[in-house]
Design a protein. Structure first.
Length: 155
């Protein structure tokens, strides 16, 4: 059995854990670590390692980063008085297109529209997603999500 060691990705801003043998063999899970309170940048790689090593899933962990491209669990989610919200960024959201499951651990993100649209595209695919802890308020701005042509508040 493989020990599930993270391998360097094409882009070193996320982690890849190739699946060992198990019931998840051939299936891909994308885990998103993007909160500023509960240390998802630590727990999501651990969960990915367990899912890959013990259950066979290929796992990719994406992280929210600050303006310098660093994982920053202290990045503010509320603006300083008189200032605008700081923009968050999750490199690699294109990986959602290849996912069989997405696990979100997010809190009060302000993402660019292009990244919000990638999340909506995944949700519209009908594939499953799991949202942990603070994901009921995962985003400051609504995702551009519509049902029957009408904008709905989601995220």
């Amino acid at each position: 059995m493989s020990c599930g060691v993270a391998q360097a990705a094409d882009n070193e801003q996320w982690l890849n854990y190739p699946g060992a043998d198990g019931p998840g063999k051939g299936k891909r899970i994308v885990l998103i670590a993007a909160d500023q309170e509960y240390r998802s940048e630590q727990s999501m790689p651990m969960m990915a390692k367990i899912l890959s090593a013990h259950h066979g899933f290929d796992c990719t962990v994406l992280f929210a980063v600050n303006e310098q491209g660093e994982v920053d669990p202290t990045m503010p989610v509320y603006p300083e008085k008189g200032k605008e919200l700081k923009q968050h960024h999750i490199p690699g959201l294109e990986q959602l297109a290849k996912a069989d499951l997405v696990i979100f651990f997010a809190r009060l993100l302000t993402l660019p529209m292009s990244e919000r649209e990638l999340i909506v595209k995944y949700v519209d695919s009908g594939k499953p997603f799991l949202a942990l802890r603070t994901a009921n308020h995962g985003f400051h701005a609504s995702l551009p999500y519509k049902i029957n042509g009408k904008q709905v508040r989601w995220g």
